[in-house]
Design a protein around this ligand. Sequence first.
Ligand code: FES
Length: 599
Amino acid sequence: MAFQVRIIQGDREEEFEIEQKLNLYDIINQKGFKLTAYCGGEGTCKKCRVRLQPAPELKSIEKEIFSEKEKEQGLRLACLHQVDRDLEVKLDTEGDINVLTGTAEVEGRLNSGWRLVEFETGKPQLDDQRSYLTRYLENTGSNTIADKVIRDIKALDSKVQKLKGVCCQEKLTELFSATAKKSLLGVAVDIGTTTLVLYLYNLETGEKLGVDSMYNPQKEFGADVISRIQFANKSRENTEKLQQVLVERLNQGLLDLVDEAGARVDDIYRIAFAGNTTMLHTLLGFDPIDLAKSPFIPNFTEGLDLSPELIGLKINSEAELLVLPSISAYVGADIIADLLATGVGENQEYELLIDIGTNGEIALGNSSEIYTCSVAAGPSFEGSNISSGMAALAGAVEKFAIRPDSFDYQTINAARPRGICGSGLLDLIAGFLEIGVIGPKGKFNEMDKMPEFWQERFAEDEKEVIIFSEEAAVNKISLTQKDIRQLQLAKGAIRAGIEVLAARLDIKLAEIGKVYLVGGFANYLDPDNTILTGMLPEIFEGKIIQFGNGSGAGASLYLLDRDLAEIVEQLKERVKYIELSKDADFQEKFIEELNFPGN
Ligand code: FES
């Protein structure tokens, strides 16, 4: 029996037939609509909300999470329903995610190795018997050729004319008439678990020509690396799917980026990828399952120089596809790129780097030694396990100023509040700590000990503070005891990670000169509130630098200076990784650091 399905999202509407009962979450993803989902369709994140007409019977979890009005409006969780009748599906329009593309100004060397040489062959003479190819090589300062040059020579109208040659170091890779338009472009890519950021550069001048950012399309198969790995583990096809959607999106992004710059994808000769180890595995189509199983052995951690054809990247066929080296399964090339960009590990003074993306990675060191670790911190900041949490999309409250008798807030795109993203959550909890709504143990204080304004905002069962009700674009936005606990777990893990690294280096926290907050979430966190909640110690006051997208900046440096490949391999040798899951000191510190300061 066939069913008619119509999906509507903003201006986009699609109607089609399905031949058999299928899961609605899968259908929405297959059709390429945007659906918020953090658990990859496992039914646990409660974020894949859709409006269905006719509305199917409510599952028990839906009875709990939706208000009476929402139930009547047909609100349901897509992944819990099979399509077994004709159905109309309405999806919220997802605004553009707030992607961190900017970085602090970083200075690097320009030595991409690529150059465009214009020359005249010169008329052959009886007393000059050099072959045409010899002339091309000599004029371009090359001593070898790419296969493509043979085809290019055959295609020339005349062998004696003004020509242009594209060279990579001593290799001539392309030859064509001097009248042809040609740019030598490079792209640095930061593959985040949630977002992709692409930076376009002129390889000859180092000028930044454009930046583009987009969702990582793999997010439809799970919000974090573990759910992606679980998805890949189900079948070889799933692993291929992760690679395929990623490469397709990259190809589209590259096309948009060069279009904007008035160039062509064929002008891209060098592309450098930084990202966590799982993302780089999926880029190359490796099964990432070993990354999630003890002893956590990656397929590769080396820096790689490959051909774009290997993964189906539609750029110049002679281009260099570079993958920055990683350190371990959970400290990836994004951290190597962060270190490159911030210079942490280059100076005599100890410096600390905290990158909170979908995972939290920490590096601490100086020019002699660098220790790194990875902690589970991302989900809370990304909103996936917070009752009113959401990613940094339009309508997410990104800032709160909490006072005893009022509060101010700021949402992304100044839209009606829809939920709270990581930086907003930190502000909210820090504010509540200050005015006594929450005590140092993370529990809501007794009603008579908190300001009246906030007492009145508690739900009847006193288990949650309702921050927004009618003002919200959703039923309500609130903070529960469980949400506070989630933040405590995240901040406790980060703080304990820092303490363990310092202990391993045998230094005091006071010896740390600079603290870099990098990455999609860390960069937006209010430094004062990181201290107020105890995520960072008070002694870091005045030392915190919000750096921006360190991974993108590091990938850019790597793209533009080919000598960095060797330097980065040496850097990698100095970086020691501590696996915290087995570290007794970490467990002890983590328990100690769960409470907020002040007890
Ligand atoms: S609950 Fe449906 S995707 Fe998570």
